[in-house]
Ligand binder design. Structure first.
Ligand code: UDP
Length: 325
């Protein structure tokens, strides 16, 4: 049985949808940003907080958990700059409680959702795992702190872990039953699509003076289902004892500027965007593009979906299914 903490969130729910095909799954989520409706009905759902040791003790004594996958975190760069306490409390302190409970219950396998924000402002075209970590915002710092905790727990308590550093996750499941929805929404692709649906008056592009060809930030967008499949490969590598402590980047290896993403959304939807250009958003690096060669070589991961597919899957979900409309 696998415990998925944060399995009612956007990324966690995509993982659960794939994982329930082959494993029994327990989801623990406090529904602070997730939605119970996103959790696959084959999973057992428990509403609770990962920082609550009593809830964790109960879960670990009730279910024969062989691995924990941890998606429950606050993940907005801008908010982490204005409200760092929330990030250190939820992302670091609560995760430490979860790890302590795992050690106490002798649960050895852990998959951790980390981020490209650990790299800060890398000076390379493609970021591999050897790039130095110099996070420039509290969000990236909290994720890196947990990575350090994991290194020490591996040495001291024999914890096995895989850290997955995500680039920009987007897109919706092919069934269009689950997709990306935050309240308030801050992510680029859902904001563009909400605007093209007439739910927002305009799109604000944050910064046009970055050192990139069109002056807007470049990011590497990866489909949530490709990301979910990488987690399953990582989980199997831990369970089959092929890996003990690994860190992998997860991205498609292609960078798209904010302007290019807007243009692709216009092409996919056949609608025209109303754009305003405003100041930079604090905490944003100019360019983040992944080399995911390591996980491709070591675990055989291969992303299937490009930016156009990511956007068309998200558009289908926004137009057909999204339940907060
Ligand atoms: N962005 C933007 N307007 C928006 C939202 C995002 O220009 O309304 C930009 C943002 O500054 C960044 C990129 O789009 O350069 C991706 O931002 P997002 O919040 O989606 O993901 P992040 O890279 O922060 O994880």
């Amino acid at each position: 049985m696998i415990l998925v903490v944060g399995g009612a969130g956007y990324v966690g729910s995509h993982l659960v949808k794939e994982l329930v095909e082959n494993e029994e799954v327990v989801v623990l989520d406090n529904l602070s940003t997730g939605f119970k409706s996103l959790v696959d009905i084959k999973a057992t759902f428990i509403q609770g907080d990962l920082g609550d040791i009593e809830v964790l003790n109960k879960v670990f004594t009730t279910y024969p958990i062989k691995a924990v996958m941890h998606f429950a975190a606050n993940s907005l760069v801008g908010e982490s700059v204005t409200d760092p306490y929330k990030y250190y409390e939820n992302n670091v302190a609560a995760t430490l409680t979860l790890l302590k409970a795992m050690v106490n219950h002798n649960i050895k396998n852990f998959i951790f959702s980390s981020t490209a924000a650990t790299y800060g402002i890398p000076n390379v075209d493609l970021i591999d795992e050897h790039q130095p970590n110099n996070p420039i915002n509290p969000y990236g710092k909290t994720k890196l702190m947990v990575e350090h905790i994991l290194e020490d727990f591996a040495l001291a308590y024999g914890l096995n872990y895989v850290v997955l550093r995500y680039f920009n996750v987007a897109g919706a499941h092919e069934s269009a039953t689950i997709g990306e929805s935050h309240d308030p929404e801050t992510h680029l692709i859902p904001i563009i699509l909400q605007h093209l649906l007439g739910e927002r008056e305009k799109i604000s592009v944050f910064g046009t003076d970055y050192n990139t060809p069109d002056g807007t930030c470049i990011r590497d967008y990866i489909h949530a289902t490709d990301l979910a499949n990488a987690h399953i490969l990582a989980l199997n590598a831990l369970l089959q004892e092929q890996k003990q402590t690994e860190t992998y980047n997860l991205g498609n290896g292609n960078g798209f500027s904010v302007k290019e993403v807007i243009e692709t959304c216009e092409q996919v939807t056949g609608r025209k965007a109303n754009i305003e250009y405003v100041d930079r958003r604090p905490g944003d690096p100019a360019k983040l593009v992944a080399s995911s060669k390591k996980i491709q070589t070591e675990l055989g991961w291969k992303p299937k979906f490009d930016l156009t597919h990511i956007i068309s899957s998200a558009w289908k979900w926004h137009t057909d299914t999204r339940n907060d409309k």
